[in-house]
Design a protein around this ligand. Structure first.
Ligand code: NIG
Ligand code: FE
Length: 434
């Protein structure tokens, strides 16, 4: 069997044990065929013949190799920005006060409704590029700035279309129940009726959503309102997830657990009973330190309780124009450690294997293991902790997506190797290295 691509002498962080990325596998090798990881092991376990017959070989000389990063919670498709609200909050206004005065999510809804599909696509591409430059290969994108049927569907179509033109896998979530739009002000139940009877069925029929999301919190919807939404989601065969516990405790996690939600997200306000329910349901806790940071919150998610009850912990940017205008998953992983007390191991797992689980992709993504998708990042460091430790260093050297080299900033995979006769690729790489 000939490999399409062989990585040699890498410090591999396979993320296949949980946790277990502290120690990289030294002198690791990884073989790719047909877009999948075929084999993972030690370089010296490979025969000369295996190396010689590979179509392309790269000697990584000790550099770290991880699964491609996964950003499992973003609101990347939107129009406009809310820099003015950032300034208002710095001057003392709170996020919920701004929302109650018609700003917040509603302000982005006004801008997004006014934007064409092409305008939305043009504005999201550079945001996505910023994430991909840091080794992200899979991203979840939510709707939730339309809050009418057509704009919600437009957002989801834009999100879906990105995966076709950019080397990234996009998973979509329908977030019609993000907030009550202006035209339903004071009538949250009537708005939920609309979402359940009109918007969600249309989104489901068009196959535009992989999951259904909502917001249960003070300032958001009640658990009873979202129960109706989740019941309709289930009737369409869609998994659910929930924004909850950002500002208070109003019954989000138990509801999510009852519906075997993929994830509960935010969770600064979370009880021990909530953790037990989530653990039992297999629901992932997605921590969003960017929103905590930007809103200058002080209450942290109870990481000790999550650990105690073995609730899997993911970390995500929550990239959005209001509470978390962040387009860096590495920065977010650093924040998860510095602000929330995650270990670097937990943060790495939280942006790879556990993030995959939050998207229901744990059998295909987030690990370097045979049979998994060959989505891989190569880093300018020797140990995983270096990815979390420094800020602003642009450590991602190369990205492989579905077995194809899609980014190669340091010429690790330059094509004179690919063009060289079979058998000499490894030698060519060694020559250039010296
Ligand atoms: O995840 N909490 C609700 N939703 C978003 C904020 C969206 C916005 O402010 O535009 C969040 O933080
Ligand atoms: Fe969010």
């Amino acid at each position: 069997l000939a490999f399409d691509l062989l990585l040699l002498n890498a410090s591999l962080l396979p993320m296949s044990a949980t946790p277990g990325c502290a120690t990289a596998m030294r002198d690791g090798a990884l073989a790719i065929a047909n877009g999948r990881i075929e084999w993972v092991g030690r370089t010296d376990a490979l025969t000369d013949e295996q190396i010689g017959s590979a179509r392309q070989v790269a000697d990584l000389r000790g550099r770290c190799v991880t699964p491609g990063l996964i950003d499992c919670h973003t609101h990347l498709v939107y129009a406009g920005n809310r820099a003015n609200e950032f300034a208002m909050r710095l001057a003392g206004a709170s996020y919920l006060e701004i929302a109650q005065a018609g700003g917040g999510i509603r302000s982005t809804v006004r801008a997004t409704r006014a934007a064409s599909e092409a305008e939305l696509r043009d504005s999201v591409a550079p945001r996505l590029e910023n994430l991909l430059a840091e080794g992200v290969t899979t991203i979840e994108i939510k709707s939730g700035y339309g809050l009418d049927r057509d704009t919600e569907m437009r957002m989801l179509r834009v999100a879906r279309s990105l995966g076709g033109s950019i080397p990234v896998d996009v998973v979509t979530s329908f977030l019609g129940a993000h907030t009550v739009p202006e035209e339903y002000a004071g009538n949250p139940d009537r708005y939920i009726d609309f979402v359940c009877r009109d918007a969600l069925p249309a989104v489901a029929a068009a196959g535009l959503a992989d999951a259904v999301d909502g917001w249960v919190d003070p300032g958001g919807f009640t658990a009873e309102q979202i129960r109706r939404l989740f019941t309709v989601a289930r009737s369409h065969g869609l998994r659910v997830k929930l924004h909850t516990g950002q500002f208070g405790t109003v019954g989000g996690p138990p509801l999510a657990a009852e519906f075997e939600a993929l994830s509960c997200d935010h969770l600064e306000h979370l009880s021990e009973d909530d953790c037990v329910a989530m653990a039992k349901a297999g629901t992932v806790a997605v921590l969003l330190p960017g929103a905590f940071y930007y809103l200058r919150e002080t209450k942290k998610p109870p990481v000790d309780l999550l650990r105690k009850h073995r609730v899997p912990i993911a970390v995500s940017t929550d990239s959005n124009p209001g509470s978390s205008p962040i387009q860096s998953l590495l920065l977010t992983m650093n924040m998860a450690c510095v602000l929330f007390g995650l270990t670097p191991d937990e943060a790495l797992a939280g942006a790879t294997s556990i993030a995959a689980r939050a998207l229901g992709l744990q059998d295909r993504k987030g690990k370097l293991a045979s049979g998994f998708d060959a989505d891989i990042a190569v880093w300018d460091c020797q140990q995983g902790v270096e990815l979390i430790y420094a800020l602003g260093t642009r450590p991602c050297l190369a990205v492989i997506k579905a077995g194809r080299v899609v980014r190669d900033r340091a010429g690790l995979f330059t094509s004179d190797d690919a063009a060289a006769p079979r058998g000499s690729a490894a030698a060519a790489n060694h020559n250039r290295a010296s």
